[in-house]
Design a protein around this ligand. Structure first.
Ligand code: SF4
Ligand code: SF4
Length: 128
């Protein structure tokens, strides 16, 4: 990850088309583990907009304070965190036919190194 969408999301749909890597699923997508509740960011796909923008584009258009928050970097350091989140339904990490679950050990993702762990641990709102 990445960033995470919380239950404050009002399903307006503004964020998904802004994502440069198509990491955001709508609330009626069957791949969304929170379908019927809110939009969802695929942790294994989000690059925190590194290489695309100076800040997360999804948060730039989101009208709802607290709807898009920081999550852990999608790196092997947080492998167990994402495994646990996949098992408890927080995430629905994609299963590749030959590679298996696309966990950080299979493919890590870039993250914004200037965002401290305090902000990530506390699920702070992505502020621009
Ligand atoms: S931070 Fe960027 S890459 Fe991640 S979901 Fe938002 S728009 Fe997509
Ligand atoms: S822009 Fe914000 S409120 Fe709208 S769907 Fe995305 S996360 Fe939810």
């Amino acid at each position: 990850m990445a960033v995470m969408i919380t239950d404050l999301c009002i399903n307006c749909g503004d964020c998904a088309p802004e994502c440069p890597v198509a990491a955001i699923l709508s609330n009626d997508d069957e791949k969304n583990p929170h379908a019927d509740e809110r939009f969802y960011v695929k942790a294994e796909t989000c690059v925190e907009c590194v290489g695309h923008a100076d800040a997360p584009r999804c948060a730039a258009v989101c009208p709802t304070e607290g709807s898009i928050v920081w999550d852990m970097p999608y790196t092997t350091e947080f492998e167990e965190y994402f495994v646990a989140g996949h098992e408890n339904g927080t995430y629905k990490i994609r299963e590749h036919k030959s590679k298996g679950l696309m966990l950080p050990s299979v493919k890590a993702q870039p993250f914004m190194e200037n965002i401290g762990m305090d902000l990530r641990d506390s699920r702070a709102t992505v502020a621009l």
